[in-house]
Design a protein around this ligand. Structure first.
Ligand code: TXA
Ligand code: MG
Length: 330
């Protein structure tokens, strides 16, 4: 795609972005987790285009983004458990999605026909500004093609979607690099207590501390298709290895080989170091950019050593496992 097309799509005016969404267009939105591809959640035709542009199966539900927690009760959800309200109060705005019984404004076109809706109040100031301008809910999956790596910069979104978005009708709203770097924690709040559907920056310990209830593993029957085994996949093959096995794995792997590992793990000679994160938060922040760098560099294999500290370690390990499955298949 041309630079002119990219330039025509990239905007930094929140008013203009809100006007495009109200007119039924698509706007890629910076959030603190990853960039989302947003549409007015109450315009089925606009939401249908989100699915078409991403190549996403129609029965995979979208998260509806709201400007503040009070909007839950504006027809988006019903029967909200008191412990879920505690979570909303403690973690919003922020990287948490609550799956709740849907209200009348959450139509089949956003819920994939399910009786529940995923709701999130992002903390990124540009996202918050946009949501406040739009007034209603903005449905937004991560702004990548289905099954691929989520974008954490406006440039990544343009790389993924510029040839599929229409300048003048759609836009990519600039907002810097996403600070968290991996998608929100998803908690199923339709039962007696929190069930974890996807790990993220809000960790199990925090959820338990806020609610006073033990978090249980997700019932596999509850549909969270982003939790498909194969997801977040770069073109290079991702191999999860222990720090002690990096050298042996590098000599056996198809080259060129890259290494994604905590800064304490040394890269063997001839292996391209993709990032040097000091902790799990830094690892998460740089994870998707590193996978994209590997693809741009034409690496055949990425050796990944997972981080081991803090709530983001679980989220990073989850994404690396799925990237490993996805890349082995593609
Ligand atoms: O951090 C995030 O959550 C980002 C930003 C843009 O907000 N969004 C995101 O959206 O990751 P997406 O569509 O890529 O992943 C959302 C996940 C999917 O796995 C979807 O199936 C699940 O949330 N989900 C949404 N609504 C659901 C529901 N009602 N029940 C179960 N899972 C749901
Ligand atoms: Mg996604």
């Amino acid at each position: 795609m041309t630079d002119a097309r990219r330039a025509a799509l990239l905007i930094d005016d929140v008013d203009a972005a809100a006007a495009l969404i109200r007119a039924g267009g698509l706007v890629a939105i910076p959030t603190e987790t990853v960039y989302g591809l947003g549409a007015d959640a109450e315009q089925p035709a606009a939401v249908a285009r989100v699915y078409a542009v991403k190549g996403r199966p129609a029965d995979h539900p979208l998260i509806v983004h709201l400007a503040d927690a009070a909007q839950i009760d504006d027809g988006w959800a019903v029967d909200v458990p008191s412990w879920a309200r505690l979570l909303a109060a403690a973690c919003w705005p922020g990287p948490l999605t609550l799956v709740l019984p849907r209200g009348p404004r959450a139509g089949d076109h956003v819920t994939g026909g399910q009786g529940t809706v995923g709701l999130r109040v992002p903390s990124h100031p540009v996202a918050h500004d946009l949501l406040a301008h739009v007034g209603g809910g903005v449905a937004a999956p991560s702004a990548n093609r289905f099954g691929r790596v989520s974008p954490t910069t406006a440039e990544h979104v343009l790389d993924e979607l510029a040839d599929l978005l229409e300048p003048g009708r759609d836009a990519v709203l600039a907002g810097g690099s996403s600070d968290v770097g991996v998608e929100s924690t998803i908690v199923d709040a339709t039962g007696d207590g929190p069930r974890l559907l996807r790990p993220g920056a809000v960790g199990v310990e925090e959820i338990e501390a806020v609610t006073g209830i033990d978090v249980v593993a997700a019932d596999p029957a509850v549909r969270a298709p982003g939790t498909l085994a194969a997801h977040y996949a770069p073109h290079a093959q991702v191999l999860l290895v222990d720090a002690a096995d990096v050298a042996a794995a590098a000599s056996g792997a198809r080259g060129p080989v890259g290494l994604l590992a905590p800064a304490t793990v040394a890269a063997p000679e001839g292996v391209v170091r993709l990032d040097e994160p000091r902790d799990a938060a830094a690892y998460a922040r740089g994870l998707y950019a590193a996978l994209r760098t590997a693809d741009r560099a034409g690496l055949a294999t990425i050796l990944a050593v997972a981080p081991d500290d803090g709530p983001l370690a679980a989220a990073v390990l989850d994404r690396l496992r799925r990237a490993a499955v996805g890349s082995a298949r593609s």
